[in-house]
Design a protein around this ligand. Structure first.
Ligand code: GLY
Ligand code: MN
Length: 350
């Protein structure tokens, strides 16, 4: 969807006011902690403050730059909309209750309508440039994990492994991590979002790593589960089930399918193998400027996959007290199938 098409969509909006950090970055490619973007069919205004003025003037050539203060932001938005002759204004619902109260008071002469679906649908379909950033982020993450596991040995703690991975990502070119890296050893891996602790690694324990790098403002997301040694018969069976469920789903997902049906591919495979009740989260999610963005690839979502969406494929099976396995790749959706942009190997024993 082009910016012009945002206005055709249901013919509902004269203007969009984007106040969230991710949407500001999406339109301006300038990373700011405050401000707003105002877009109408005729004007594009980037409202920022003193801290970002020179960067905005240097980088953001296709927007008029307006510099304001915290106290005057909403007044400046109203002034800009008035000048543009807008009546129906789309806004994003990520504002806090307090911010929305100020926003509503300043914009009381306009008809305000949530516009999240328009913006999210636009952001869900990536350009070639955006896909390139995500692939670069993923390569940084893969090199970091390769380096970090070189030093892996029994006695190392979850916290130490997390620190190694983070260090290697930043040294390798990441702007920052896409989210707090998860490292979980042994039974801790049964908690899908375990918080890394001082637990020491023992031989033959599962090691689950969920990590992502950010590059040029775009996230990567990958989970690998492996073992220094042999995790035993049951966890090996769990591992093979997750790996096959993921491979089956990757083979069959394509544009035109609903997210519910994409989720069902891996879920039905896991259920047929007796572990359905141990797969308690969604199959995947969109990835981009935010680590979790539209679409949610899970049960009950009738959102239809379209070419150039980037989604994760991350089935998992978690057995309390024993351990958990999740394997996560990123996929670019195409008409006839998907391209898996994750290259890191899926060996259980390393
Ligand atoms: N990789 C973190 C998550 O998708 O929840
Ligand atoms: Mn994920």
């Amino acid at each position: 969807m082009t910016t012009a098409e945002m206005f055709e969509n249901k013919g509902k909006f004269d203007a969009f006011v984007l106040t969230g950090e991710s949407n500001r970055y999406y339109f301006t490619r300038c990373s700011t902690s405050f401000g707003a973007v105002v877009i109408t069919p005729e004007i594009r205004v980037f409202i920022t403050d003193f801290r970002y003025e020179s960067e905005a003037r240097e980088k953001v050539s296709d927007f008029e730059i307006v510099v304001t203060t915290f106290a005057e932001l909403y007044g400046k938005i109203a002034e800009t909309l008035k000048k543009a002759g807008a009546k129906t204004v789309g806004y994003e619902q990520s504002m806090s209750v307090g911010e929305f109260a100020l926003f509503k008071a300043a914009l009381k002469e306009f008809k305000l309508k949530p516009a999240d679906d328009v913006i999210e649908s636009k952001r869900a379909i990536k350009t070639e440039e955006e896909i390139g950033f995500i692939v670069s982020a993923q390569r940084i993450a893969e090199r970091a994990l390769q380096k970090a596991v070189t030093g892996l040995k029994p006695g190392m703690t979850e916290r130490e492994l997390m620190a190694e991975i983070n260090y290697e990502m930043i040294k390798g070119g990441a702007d920052k991590y896409s989210f707090e890296t998860i490292t979980a050893f042994g039974a801790n891996s049964a908690q899908p979002h375990h918080h890394p602790s001082d637990k020491k690694l023992e031989k033959d324990e599962l090691i689950l790593v969920d990590m992502g790098a950010m590059f040029n403002g775009y996230c990567s997301d990958m989970t690998r589960t492996f073992c220094l040694g042999d995790p035993g018969e049951e966890l090996t069976r769990v591992y093979e089930t997750v790996k096959s469920a993921q491979a089956y789903a990757i083979k069959h997902i394509k544009a035109g399918m609903t997210c519910n049906d994409a989720d069902a591919l891996a879920r039905e495979y896991i259920t047929a193998n007796g572990y359905g009740s141990h797969f308690g989260h969604s199959f995947g999610h969109g990835v981009g400027i935010d680590i979790h963005e539209t679409p949610r690839v899970g049960q009950g979502s009738d959102f239809v996959l379209q070419p150039n969406m980037v989604i994760t494929a991350e089935p998992g099976i978690y057995i309390p007290g024993l351990g958990g396995v999740r394997i996560e790749d990123m996929l670019v959706v195409g008409e006839d199938g998907v391209t898996d942009i994750t290259e890191y190997d899926k060996k259980l024993s390393i």
